[in-house]
Ligand binder design. Structure first.
Ligand SMILES: [Zn+2]
Ligand SMILES: [Zn+2]
Length: 439
């Protein structure tokens, strides 16, 4: 670490106040780097163990136990049973100060592991009544491993830490199964941000970017997501005599195409992107009967309240009018899953040089494009300022645009990149403690 960095850091964190360097900052970067390198083999071992034992949303029993056991061994005070299998570990620094939080998610997906790795998952589970293969196709195994690694690093620096670091391990980020509750909002309800009351939060998601590079943007980053349900009701008839009833399947096709036209032709796409996807069409029992009812379901992604309201209004009206023109009725329902992932503008700016220290010069960008994927990390950001960023996990030399994305059965991560994630967590935590002590 250079003197120059220290000065910038202090100026940034303390808004120009002439105060001495915080004790931990004096050898901060070097100590975190040495410890992160030391724990890297352990981080890889954790990732592989969790990868081989993946658990679906709200079923993360083994993962939760593993996390709690290791956090206790590190000397953290541990709370379990938040939002089901959620775990919160609190590292009390040797000196008084504020509290901040770091977060990882724990759940896997109903996806078959086709990575061909020796530690590939062979696990099976049950998802909404069906037997399914299970794997960490979104990289939450790496998230848990990196946050445990950061806990190891920071617990070695405990004496010099002024304040409390709260490690949040959250279940069901991918969304709880139908009929269950879970995820970030339940973690918050169960007190994840209380005792101690945290002042800010930081989180990382792995994704197909260049190895070890960090990417984010201030303000709106990842989309707010809605679940869309459409129930169509018509008049059942023989498949040979559609004119005797209502051709509800033709209506369903018409609705799907028209919704695609709304997002391409009737919303100002130069202002912000909007996606509405119909991914389920369900109905009909026999090849020669046009059914009375049909269900369409899908997802909507928007980036502002105004656009969400506008899109809901347009989709609802169009679906109802189309249904009426066929002689059918339609019930349209939008339910918000995750709010907008909103990176606090000031914290985004302040934390940039700290992330550069974690990833290296030229390896951090705060100019990400909008991401139409959603994240329930957004729930924490509704309560406290936070920053969420992506960590690139493509292999060196691979084109990140061409590697299998998150949720693909071939999704895999370049494990050395996790060391950057551990450093980013640890340095972000130390920085936020200093920053929150002075704001
Ligand atoms: Zn995911
Ligand atoms: Zn994810």
């Amino acid at each position: 670490m250079t003197i120059q960095f220290d000065r910038r850091f202090v100026l940034m964190g303390l808004a120009g106040a002439a105060m001495p360097l915080p004790v931990w900052a004096q050898d901060l970067e070097a100590r975190v780097a040495t410890l992160a390198a030391q724990y890297q083999p352990k981080v890889v071992a954790w990732r592989r163990d969790i990868h081989q034992n993946p658990e679906l949303s709200n079923r993360e029993v083994r993962t939760g136990k593993l996390i709690a056991k290791d956090l206790k061994r590190m000397g953290l005070s541990v709370r379990t049973g938040l939002a089901g299998n959620g775990v919160v570990g609190v590292l009390k620094g040797g000196k008084p100060g504020p509290a901040i939080a770091l977060r990882a998610d724990m759940d896997a997906l109903p996806v078959e592991d086709k990575t061909g790795e020796p530690f590939a998952s062979k696990a099976m589970g049950e998802y909404e009544g069906k037997a399914v293969p299970v794997t960490h196709a979104c990289g939450h195994d790496a998230h848990v491993a990196m946050l445990l690694g950061a806990a190891e690093v920071l617990s070695q620096m405990k004496a010099d830490i002024a304040g409390d670091i709260v490690f949040i391990f959250q279940p069901a980020e991918e969304g709880p199964p139908k009929g269950e509750e879970g995820g970030a909002d339940v973690m918050i309800r169960d007190g994840a941000l209380d005792n101690p009351k945290v002042k800010s939060i930081f989180g990382i998601h792995v994704w197909p970017g260049k190895p070890g590079e960090l990417l984010y943007r201030p303000e709106g980053f990842m989309a707010q997501t809605d679940r869309l349900e459409i129930q169509l009701h018509g008049v059942q008839t023989h498949g040979s005599r559609p004119w005797d009833g209502v051709d509800i399947t033709a209506l369903a096709a018409d609705i799907t195409q028209t919704i695609n036209q709304i997002t391409s032709r009737r919303l100002n796409i130069t202002k912000e992107p909007t996606v509405v996807t119909i991914s389920i069409m369900e109905g009909g029992l026999r090849y020669n009967i046009i059914p009375e009812t049909l269900r369409l379901a899908g997802t909507m992604r928007t980036f502002s309240k105004a656009r969400r309201d506008e899109a809901i209004d347009k989709v609802t009206k169009v679906v109802e009018q189309l249904a009426a023109s066929y002689g059918a009725t339609a019930k349209v329902e939008f339910t918000m899953n995750a709010p907008l992932t909103y990176n606090d503008p000031q914290l985004s700016k302040d934390i940039f040089p700290v992330l550069v220290k974690a990833a290296g010069e030229g390896k951090v960008s705060d100019k990400a494009t909008l991401i139409t994927g959603g994240e329930d990390f957004a729930e924490y950001q509704k309560v406290v300022p936070g920053v969420f960023c992506f960590l690139g996990i493509a292999k060196p030399g691979e084109d990140p645009e061409k590697i299998p994305p998150n949720h693909s059965p071939y999704f895999n991560i370049y494990e050395p990149a996790m060391e950057v994630g551990v450093r980013a967590h640890a340095l972000a935590a130390l920085f936020m403690l200093t920053r929150e002590a002075s704001v």
